[in-house]
Design a protein around this ligand. Structure first.
Ligand code: SF4
Length: 204
């Protein structure tokens, strides 16, 4: 029987941020630690150290392993809050920075919720992102649009992993905070492509 190849949930976040970053980390196994990733790691270690606890009517579980065989994804959720009065499940993912323009964090969070729905037979209507830099909780509605986007990203990442090909760099604002900027050299790659294009135009 063919071994099941599950996609790490973090790959979804990396892919929405930048497909090349996703491939460098998960296909080429590149990882560069910079100030931001180190800070994020320490933040996650803090949540990892906690044990389950109960506060008033809420049970709090930490570092919850989640998996969906149906979707082919797996990972760890930072915190799961369960309201014991009505058994409402609220997944919470901790992030180092602040709310982002793209849906990269929301897609990862939605995939975590989809795993929980499959594992625990519940329906989860909303989840939350907690941003350390601004000390702010952002509520995320798990509506049909976000669920569809998440499923789409999962199939795109599956296709990327099957191809085993790293996409070319597309330089943009997102490169400024990318931990792999030194290794990727996105500007140089882009200039190289422009050079190649111009040479192609000038050659007979
Ligand atoms: S530097 Fe830019 S193009 Fe390169 S991996 Fe990072 S975000 Fe992607």
């Amino acid at each position: 029987m063919e071994e099941e190849r599950l996609i790490p949930l973090s790959a979804l976040q990396h892919y929405v941020y930048c497909p090349r970053q996703c491939a460098l980390i998960h296909i080429e196994r590149f990882w560069a630690e910079n100030y931001w990733t180190a800070q994020g790691r320490v933040l996650h270690q803090r949540t990892d150290e906690g044990k389950p606890e109960q506060r008033a009517n809420t049970r709090i579980e930490r570092s919850v392993e989640v998996i969906s065989h149906e979707l082919g994804v797996q990972g760890v959720l930072d915190v799961l809050e369960i309201d014991l009065r009505d058994m409402t499940f609220t997944p919470v993912e901790y992030k180092r920075g602040k709310p982002k323009v793209t849906n990269c964090d929301r897609v990862q969070l939605c995939a975590q919720a989809l795993c929980l729905e499959e594992m625990r037979g519940v329906k989860i209507d909303r989840a939350a992102l907690w941003y350390w830099e601004v000390r702010q909780r952002e509520w995320v509605e798990l509506d049909a649009a976000l669920r569809a986007e998440t499923l789409d990203v999962i199939s795109q990442v599956q296709a990327l992993f099957s191809s085993q090909r790293t996409p070319r760099a597309v330089y943009g604002k997102h490169c400024l905070a990318c931990s792999l900027r030194d290794e990727c050299q996105p500007k140089a790659m882009q200039e190289d492509r422009v050079d190649q294009y111009l040479r192609g135009m000038l050659e007979p």
